[in-house]
Structure formats: C-alpha cells, structure tokens
Design a binder for this molecule. Sequence first.
Ligand SMILES: C[S@@+](CC[C@H](N)C(=O)[O-])C[C@H]1O[C@@H](n2cnc3c(N)ncnc32)[C@H](O)[C@@H]1O
Length: 420
Amino acid sequence: MGKDVHIRSIDPEVVRWIDDFKPPGVSREEYLRQVIEAERRRVFDPQASLFSTGIDPVRIFGQLPFRFIDLFAGIGGFRSALTKLGGTCSYTSEWDKYAATTYEAWYGERPDQSDIREIEYDTIPDHDLLAAGFPCQPFSLAGVSKKNSLGRPHGFEDEKQGNLFFSILDIIDAKEPPVLLLENVKNLKSHDSGNTWNVISEELTDRGYRVFHQVIDASAWVPQHRERIFIVGFRSDVFDEETTSRFRFPRPPSQGPLFGSILESDPESKYMLSDKLWKYLKDYRRKHEARGNGFGYGVAQPDGVSRTMSARYHKDGSEILIESDGWRNPRRLTPREAARLLGFDERYSSIFGHGSEFPQVVSDTQAYRQFGNAVVPKVVEAVGAEILAVMSAAVHSTGSGCLLKGQTAMSGSPSVADAA
Ligand SMILES: C[S@@+](CC[C@H](N)C(=O)[O-])C[C@H]1O[C@@H](n2cnc3c(N)ncnc32)[C@H](O)[C@@H]1O
C-alpha cells in the first residue's frame, strides 16, 4: 500500500477519533494507514494472525489481528467481546441447536454442532487465544445440591458434563494456543474441597501456562450480581515472565448501571405472573422462611441490581421479578430486558450489523435459557483488554513484531526471523 494518505477531506468526527486513539509520536496519516492496512489484511487474508506473521509494531496501535476460537459458545458472549477488541473468530463449537440458531443469526456463522468430545482436534484452525465457558452445572452450588439429592456424581466424576474440561485439555495439546481465557461459576474454586480447582490449575501449569484467576462480579458493568471465575493462561514459551507479570485483572468501574435502566417502558402483559404461580411463589417463600431459609423469589428494585439470572429463569422467573404500577402481580423480565441485563446491547449488536439490539430468533423459553447460561460480554471485554495489553507488550519486546517461537502454536508458519 502506498504511503500517501491525505486526511484533508476526512470528516472532522473521524479526525477527532484518530486523535483520541493514535499513540504519541505517530502521525495521523501513519495511524490511518495502519488501520486501513490491518482491516485489509483481515478481509483479504483470513489466515493473518498476530502469531503467524511479522507485524510492524506500530500496527498494533490499530487493531491486534489476533484469532480466537469460541468453545461451548452458547450465544457468543466471548464472540461479541473479542470481536469488539479486534479479534477474528476462526472456529466455534456449540452442540445445542437452539443456541446454534441464535449464534448464526447474530454472528452470521453456524457453529460446529458436534459433541466436542468427538471432534478431530487437529482440524481446528490455529489460533492465538482459546476462549471457553465450559458447562458449569457439575460445579455450581445449585447443580451440586440437585445432583447430590438425586445421588448423581458431580464435578469431574460427572461422566457426561464434568469431563468436558478434559476436552479443552485435548484441544490445548493439539493446538498449543498461546493464550487461554476460561470462565466458570464461582464455586469451581471451592468444589470438592478445592480438589477440582487443583486439578484444573495443575493440568494447565503442567502444559506450560502461567495461570491467573479471579472471581469477578459483573455488577460493575451490568445491573446484575453475577459472580464468575475467570481463568487466564499465558504459555511460557511464548511470553516471558516479565511480560506476563504485567497482567492484571481489570479494575471494575466504580458505578455500574442500575436495574431500572434496562427496563422496557411498555412490556406486554403476558410477562405478568399468573395468579396461580404468584401464589405458589409466595407460599414457597413463607414455608422456607419459617424454616429459617432465605430461599425464595426476589423482586429487583429499579435503583439497585438484580440477583443472578439462572438458566432455569424460564420456569418461574422467581429470582428476578419486577413490580410495576397498575399490574396485579409482579412480572418477569422480557427477553429483550434479559439481553440488556446480560449486556448484549448496542455496543455489540451494532458491530454485527443488527443496529441497537440483537434479534430474538428462538422462543422465549430458549432465549431465557441462553441468557441464563451466558457470560457477560462487557466483563470479557474488560479482561480481554488486559490480555491484549500483555500481547502488545510481548509484540514490542520481540522487536520483530512476532511472538512465534520455533514451532509453537503455528507449526510450519514462517517467523520474521526466517523471512529476514
Ligand atoms: C455455560 S454455557 C456457555 C455459554 C457461553 N459462554 C455464552 O456466552 O453464551 C455452556 C455451553 O456448552 C454447550 N455444551 C455442553 N456440552 C457440550 C458438548 N459436549 N459439546 C458441545 N457443546 C456443549 C451447552 O449447550 C452450552 O451452550
């Protein structure tokens, strides 16, 4: 691409944007040239990857052309956030047909719907970052107590779901991604007296990853308490210790949005609880309160934050009810409100060409289930930005703009050193 970019005729709004983002010492023209070049590479060279090709370090001030895979993708909380950060998704796995339908409608690509345990891992494209919010029922408090009461195994002993972590390990063995970003329920850390967590962290460490983890409450970004553990791993043969020691989990914004901000002004009356269900929930709460248990429905206040929306919300909506003037009984969230409560809003829908809201393409029941399972993209974006800071630092420290060492991650791809 030629060097001549003249910004005289460019919209002042765009010029302001350039000034906000360009690093000191880089001219507007050079910055714009880099952004255009990065985009051209993304469009015309789908194999371009931060780790496969030498990159002029100045380009990383545009967008890091990193590639990621989205495992246990659900409705793509990782996909939304990592795309917003400049990543390109090269593979998606999700076996649930309803989630796959939503994913395709939102992101324009149907996930691989095979059981992840049966995929030929070598066929997964090379990637810089592996993202996975692996199924959490075997580890969550609700999941464990339900399984205990049914006399079923839980955690890794849960043959059906608990061993899915080992599928992630198999993919790591086959593909050696430089960065891992995993998410699960908070209870993962304490499950089975800490043994589950010990296995996870030892398995990752044994594979050469430096592992960081933190429980993050999404309530700083969305009006919902949603505590999840985030696990980040950097391969030590790609990132040196000094660079990874700079990694920090994000500092939450001091004031998150309030529950009232996600409410629709004129929701349909079908979202009001029936008299029968409302009576059932009140009786249930009374019974449990009498036994000294705090379980029961929760009414969210507009000036506060709601409880955690679970995958069973479609059953009775009991954890997040809303009282409205003129309504006989409380109502549940509409699917649109649920989307906003998880933070699937214009910030992400607009980059996939959906305007201000992602469309609802499945039944209300499936939509609630999908949102109840999802990761909050804004939290992923905040964690991802910290990961990218480490990647950027690593790209700088190589001097060549290439992180690839030997055959790591992208076997066969030429490194800058080879090309020189
Ligand atoms: C906790 S949810 C992840 C949600 C996702 N992070 C999001 O933002 O929507 C786990 C997902 O894993 C999928 N899943 C469970 N077992 C699977 C398997 N064996 N193969 C492929 N997908 C599976 C489920 O259908 C579910 O959508």
